[in-house]
Write a protein that binds this ligand. Structure first.
Ligand SMILES: NC(=O)c1ccc[n+]([C@@H]2O[C@H](COP(=O)([O-])OP(=O)(O)OC[C@H]3O[C@@H](n4cnc5c(N)ncnc54)[C@H](OP(=O)(O)O)[C@@H]3O)[C@@H](O)[C@H]2O)c1
Length: 256
């Protein structure tokens, strides 16, 4: 038996229209899971569904705005109606607000980032917990997509790094509270990989010197996350809860 096999599992992913979520959808479907994809850009989700289906996988696209509780409930209920009990929820949707310090952002910047990255993940987890309870499935699995900025940051990542620090703590607190429902809660904390979220830094003038702070001397690639993702979403991690899995080429160990 392969403990990483996802055959028969249904996984719901927030923020699957680009970047990590888009990549995760293909990896998880390739490992046998049925995937329910949520984001605001439904056209991009539908394109991903078509790719997965043409590769023999099963997927569905559902509109989702994680800043709106009724949209979250629509996503969870719609996924369950389409594909049955949800075995795993991946809280991946996330945004940043540009290279700004705490003195530069305004309340709208704060609300935009915190409502999406933190409040959205909490509300989606709450709605998912209600689904697990109502379904009688007896258990579930939540994976947060946090970031190494939960521990190590640079000037100008406010409030993004604040949201990820809180998300890591939320993972631990939720793990404590969700065990009674048979739900495990862990976080994936990637280092820097080029996407729309990281572009402002990775394509800046300071990118080359910044990379010198990574012991493995390179930014990550999507595929670097595949093994850790399969671990956290599968039964291979069945005795893990409250863990934060860092995948960063050693960046948090660096001294620069
Ligand atoms: N790239 C990195 O270096 C890095 C490192 C560590 C952690 N992360 C984390 O990885 C996650 C994915 O980011 P990414 O790098 O893949 O960037 P990305 O390509 O910009 O993807 C972000 C995703 O979040 C979705 N999203 C944003 N606001 C949303 C909302 N209100 N409701 C629903 N979906 C929403 C976007 O879809 P729509 O716009 O279609 O809604 C998109 O699919 C984020 O949580 C990010 O913080 C990234």
């Amino acid at each position: 038996m392969n403990p990483f096999d996802l055959t028969g599992k249904h996984i719901a992913i927030t923020g699957a229209s680009s970047g990590f979520g888009y990549h995760f959808a293909g990896v998880l479907a390739g490992a046998g899971a049925t995937v329910s994809l949520g984001a605001r850009r439904i056209d991009k989700l539908e394109a991903r569904v078509a790719e997965i289906e043409s590769a023999g996988g099963k997927a569905v696209a559902l509109p989702l705005d994680v800043r709106d509780i009724s949209s979250i409930e629509g996503f969870i209920n719609g996924a369950a109606e389409a594909n049955g009990n949800i075995d795993v929820l991946i809280n991946n949707a996330g945004v940043e607000s540009g290279a700004k310090t705490y003195a530069m952002i305004d309340e709208d910047d704060w609300d935009f980032v915190m409502d999406t990255n933190l409040k959205g993940a909490w509300l989606a987890s709450k709605s998912y917990t209600e689904h697990v309870h109502a379904s009688g499935a007896g258990g579930g699995n939540i994976v947060m997509v946090s970031s190494i900025t939960d521990r190590r940051t640079i000037k100008g990542q406010f409030p993004y790094a604040v949201s990820k620090g809180a998300m890591t703590r939320m993972t631990e607190v939720m793990a404590l509270e969700a065990a009674r429902y048979g739900i495990r809660v862990n976080a994936l904390a990637p280092g820097y990989i080029l996407t729309d979220v990281s572009r402002v830094l990775l394509e800046s003038d300071m990118s080359e010197s910044f990379m010198k702070g990574i012991p493995m001397r390179r930014y990550g690639e999507f595929e670097d996350l595949d093994g850790p993702l399969l671990l956290l979403t599968s039964d291979a991690s069945r005795y893990m809860t409250g863990s934060v899995l860092t995948v960063d080429g050693g960046h948090v160990c660096g001294s620069l």
